[in-house]
Write a protein that binds this ligand. Sequence first.
Ligand code: S3P
Length: 450
Amino acid sequence: MSAAIVHLTEALPHHVLTIAVPSGGLALQGRIQVPGDKSISHRALMLGAIAQGETRIKGLLLGEDPYSTARCFQAMGAKISDLEAEWISVQGLGVGNLQEPTNVLDAGNSGTTLRLMLGLLAAQPDRFFTVTGDDSLRSRPMSRVVQPLTQMGAKIWGRQGNSLAPLAIKGQSLNPIHYASPIASAQVKSCILLAGLMIAGSTSVSEPSLSRDHSERMLRAFGADLSVDPEQCRVTLAGPAQLTGQTVIVPGDISSAAFWLVAAAITPESELVIENVGVNPTRTGILDALALMDADITLENERLVTGEPVADLRVRYRPLRGCRLAGSLIPRMIDEVPILAVAALFAQGKTLIQDAAELRVKESDRLAVMASQLQKLGANVIEHADGLEIEGGTSLQGSQVDSYTDHRIAMSLAIAALRATGTTSIQRAEAAAVSYPDFTKTLAKICHPA
Ligand code: S3P
């Protein structure tokens, strides 16, 4: 029956996801797993590629973004076994030993691939690299990493004052710096730390509030000498470092679980258990935000898996209330703001999301796109320079909306469509495969007529 609710037309060049809500509404029930964490997947492949010896990885995200990372590092000499096997083996080259590739490195849609990789490339003396990405990535700001790397002595060239890919990099022996980042960004922090692996002395980064710390955890596990001052949000790496291959078990991605948390939280008669989700405190802003809205979510079976906290999440429907989300909470839920905006549509009263201007430079301008696409469904959403103002309680009508090729927009709109009357079609729905290739399958499995 659920096939009639969720339908994917895999036409060329773009897929259309159609969601037809039965007149009596629908409910979500089930026990599910989400794909591997995207941030941890990238880092496991990268550190594996530059460590000495073998790294074994289980639970890697088989999405387009980690494939981009794997291809780039294979092109620089890392030996990576079949990504679809249960255990993946990466034979690393040792820090500083990436080979000069014979062609352009293509990071596809992945900002994490490009920005983290830049730190490594800039610090490989006597080698030349060119890097690029898809239309979205070539329009995203690279100056946030090019500028600190240049301060360290890096030689990087690109369009618009070296701020846009394609970029050309002539690897150098770099100098250590302390970089006070003006934004809380794990990509900026990780880029500088990765460069620091090849630099003699202390390389440190501080940020205005704490961004995800997967790099710090994994660098330590691979043997780097790294210290953290949590009060100053400052990380210091003592270089040069040698890394040793490790075993990494990648937990489920809380950014993917977020779609189901919100779907069940806003849909009467729904209850879901999402197993094996990473609950690193630098990533659980979505749980805190939904708690502020009075959602019914519990953590079960909490455990530590290769250095990362993991739990099963149980979510049941309960009426939500609007709230204000701002400040240091935003970096801890940076990728979940679009789906949180969907939750706010079904909360009583107003929700105000502030301090979220970073969303304008993600895979799309997520503030503008979410506001315009939710308005097409009849939502009461106002776009502000640094956030969204959402009045809950307006009923949504099915309509035609567009992902703007952004994976998180495609999936957020699909969840909004579950609570719209009639039929919603999401254009360019194939974008979801960047982080969640089986999103539609899971959606079809858990949706039932109410
Ligand atoms: C990521 C960091 C975040 C996040 C992105 C993944 C990472 O980006 O939005 O999806 O893996 O380091 P910023 O560092 O630009 O905030």
